[in-house]
Ligand binder design. Structure first.
Ligand SMILES: *[C@@H]1O[C@H](CO)[C@@H](O)[C@H](O)[C@H]1NC(C)=O
Ligand SMILES: *[C@@H]1O[C@H](CO)[C@@H](O)[C@H](O)[C@H]1NC(C)=O
Ligand SMILES: *[C@@H]1O[C@H](CO)[C@@H](O)[C@H](O)[C@H]1NC(C)=O
Ligand SMILES: *[C@@H]1O[C@H](CO)[C@@H](O)[C@H](O)[C@H]1NC(C)=O
Ligand SMILES: *[C@@H]1O[C@H](CO)[C@@H](O)[C@H](O)[C@H]1NC(C)=O
Length: 603
């Protein structure tokens, strides 16, 4: 009976807000609706429950091996009983049809490894009485007779629907895994936002999104929660001109809408008209944003400092330049992505001359900027965070020149798909960058292992917290082992990286760095090493990684929460500590969560 009150009470108890004022929605309607559905679900579920009892238990009960074995036995017994039953059914049927004994249950067939041809005989459907040909997939009806394809399907759908949904705190393993993936694993008190996220997942929480049209306003929701709701509603693609109103709050200085695809030009104008004190603007999938809107913003919103726009492809270069000239001097961060028809080198040049207070710049999936833009960006005097992914090819010299100038001031650096950047870039980073906490140099087949080793050896930069060197490798598929002098982050570079940053590293992506040897992994994850902060590791496409190495990783990384291992074909049957999500394993479906203290169990 938590329903929407779940969120409300979470809010009111956490924040001291007045319930009734928070969300004025039709609570009674929602609650009745919810209760009715719950009763229905329960009635349907009851039927299923007995059958599913065994399975459910296994699902929810993380027991040890002895128990597991017992359960398997019980399950086998149950299956056997089913088989017996269905054989009995077949026998009865056979007698009726005057044919020899036969199995009509696919499970029975599988259990006995029989591949006898299935009957193919004609039957009358128990439900609709239609005559039909029996197949392996024909279901058994409520009175033991067989069902035609249509009725079989309906029964199957019904069964699927009737599966009891889990609610509230009794969340199953699947929900736990899902939470793990969202980083919700921590125990103890949950923050408001987490409760809200959870609420969304449980059937209760869907209420807000499902009933979004009943919501009149979010009242004085704190901005943090409003932001979260924007994410939820965007994900469900229910941000429309109507629901947008809920986010228009003149008292707030920030707006984040993650899916503007359904908004029209005038909706954008509404945003800027209703919220004159905006400082922070973040609009994604803003495909209907036009010059007119930007012009409107320039007039109405003199305080914007942080601007993030995605897919604003109807904005012209002329308009971008006007914007930079008018408001550029006050911009502190600028993030533009998925622009294919504007934002050319000349516009970037205007940007770099006007936006002299920029501390953060991100240009991702932009089609037009090239070498000249790199030169222009290198003149931004205050840049601390730089993230670039261009679609045009650029020269190594220009990238190096940019880092030469900006390096000393940078705290985070992300360069993706700069295919011509070679070891000179790594040397320049080593020499010029001394204050980085995040480094991404992904998708490059030129920089060498030696280059990476030199970068991380005796580097005066403190240990990095975030490293992504994914897809740095040689790409000659005719020679999968790569050249004799390894290209990309390989064994030496990896060992040097972990020596340099191992004590602080939190997130590491070495996906597809295919030339890291098994010996290097063994050296890095040997039993005397610990990487106390490492929480997320992506080792996808490393075919040398096996169960032993994954176990070593778990031992060396006590804080690990998420291990991504797509296409690690030798990872087969690994014991996963409780609280850790192993993603992409061959048998991801049944990756095992071990109860209790993993470290203790192993030593
Ligand atoms: C596990 O299953 C046993 C046996 O059915 C049951 O008694 C016990 O309560 C279950 N434990 C948990 C944690 O669900
Ligand atoms: C596993 O179960 C057995 C018997 O139920 C028990 O003696 C043993 O202590 C359990 N082991 C662990 C690690 O829980
Ligand atoms: C799911 O996680 C919660 C808290 O993290 C825990 O109390 C519960 O036992 C877990 N359930 C299962 C089935 O692992
Ligand atoms: C280094 O980075 C930190 C934040 O990570 C910042 O506070 C500090 O001012 C930077 N130092 C220099 C010398 O740039
Ligand atoms: C690691 O990098 C690859 C390739 O760049 C990317 O596809 C993947 O999503 C990244 N992994 C994580 C966990 O972010």
């Amino acid at each position: 009976m938590e329903s929407v009150t779940y969120i409300l009470s979470a809010l009111s108890s956490d924040m001291g807000y007045d319930k009734t004022k928070l969300i004025r929605m039709n609570l009674n309607k929602i609650r009745n609706d919810y209760e009715r559905r719950l009763r229905e679900a329960e009635r349907q579920a009851e039927r299923e429950r007995r059958e599913n009892a065994l399975e459910e238990e296994e699902y929810d009960n993380n027991s040890n091996e002895t128990q597991e074995k017992n359960k398997r036995k019980r399950k086998e017994a149950a299956t056997l009983a089913k088989v017996k039953q269905s054989k009995e059914l077949a026998r009865r049927k056979a007698r009726r049809a005057g044919e020899p004994d036969d199995d009509d249950d696919p499970i029975a067939g599988m259990m006995y490894q029989k591949s006898r041809p299935l009957p193919g005989q004609l039957e009358n459907c128990e439900i609709c009485s239609k005559r039909f040909t029996v197949t392996a997939y024909s279901k058994t009806g409520p009175n033991g007779g067989l069902l035609c394809a249509k009725c079989s399907k309906e029964i199957a759908d019904e069964e699927k629907k009737a599966k009891p949904k889990k609610t509230g705190p009794k969340s199953g393993r699947r929900q736990n895994q899902s939470n793990l993936l969202d980083g919700l694993v921590q125990r103890g008190a949950q923050s408001l936002v987490e409760m809200c996220t959870k609420a969304r997942r449980s059937i209760n929480g869907h209420k807000v999104a499902d009933n979004i049209n009943d919501v009149e306003e979010f009242g004085d929701l704190p901005p943090q929660l409003l932001h979260r709701l924007s994410q939820i509603l965007s994900k469900r693609r229910v941000i429309t001109p109507r629901t947008l109103q809920l986010f228009l709050r003149p008292d707030l200085d920030s707006i984040d809408i993650y899916d503007c695809a359904k908004l029209e030009t005038e909706d954008y104008e509404k945003i800027f008209a209703f919220m004159p004190s905006l400082v922070h603007v973040n609009l994604r999938f803003a495909s209907q944003m036009k010059d007119k809107v930007i012009e409107y913003m320039m007039d109405r919103n003199p305080k914007v400092k942080h601007l993030q726009l995605d897919a604003a492809n109807l904005v012209s270069d002329t308009c971008w330049r006007q914007l930079f000239i008018k408001l550029g001097a006050q911009f502190e961060s600028l993030k533009l992505s998925n622009l294919d028809s504007s934002l050319d080198d000349e516009t970037i040049d205007v940007m770099s001359r006007q936006c002299t207070n920029l501390r953060r710049l991100k240009l991702k999936e932009c089609w037009k900027p090239g070498d000249k833009s790199l030169d222009a960006i290198s003149r931004l005097p205050k840049l601390e965070h730089l993230s670039l992914e261009f679609l045009r090819e650029t020269q190594c010299e220009n990238v190096v020149g940019m880092i030469e100038k900006l390096g000393p001031n940078l705290q985070t650096l992300s360069l993706q798909s700069f295919h011509n950047a070679d070891d000179r870039l790594l040397e320049t980073i080593h020499r010029q960058c001394q204050n980085l906490s995040k480094l991404r140099l992904a998708d490059n087949a030129v920089c060498t292992d030696k280059g990476y080793a030199n970068l991380f050896t005796d580097w005066s930069n403190p240990p990095l917290r975030f490293v992504d060197l994914s897809s740095t490798r040689d790409v000659d598929n005719a020679n999968p082992d790569g050249p004799a002098e390894p290209v990309g982050l390989a064994s030496q570079g990896f060992v040097a990286l972990m020596k340099h940053s191992g004590s602080k590293i939190e997130t590491l992506n070495i996906s597809s760095c295919r030339h890291i040897s098994r010996a290097a992994f063994e050296e890095v994850f040997n039993k005397d090493q610990t990487y106390p902060q490492l929480k997320e590791l992506d080792i996808s496409f490393h075919t040398t990684i096996d169960d032993y190495l994954v176990t070593s990783i778990f031992k060396c990384c006590p804080a690990i929460k998420k291990l991504v291992a797509f296409a690690c074909f030798r990872v087969r049957d690994v014991r996963v500590p409780v609280g850790v999500a192993l993603i992409g394993g061959l048998r991801a479906q049944d990756s095992i969560i071990v109860e209790g203290d993993f470290q203790g169990e192993l030593s």
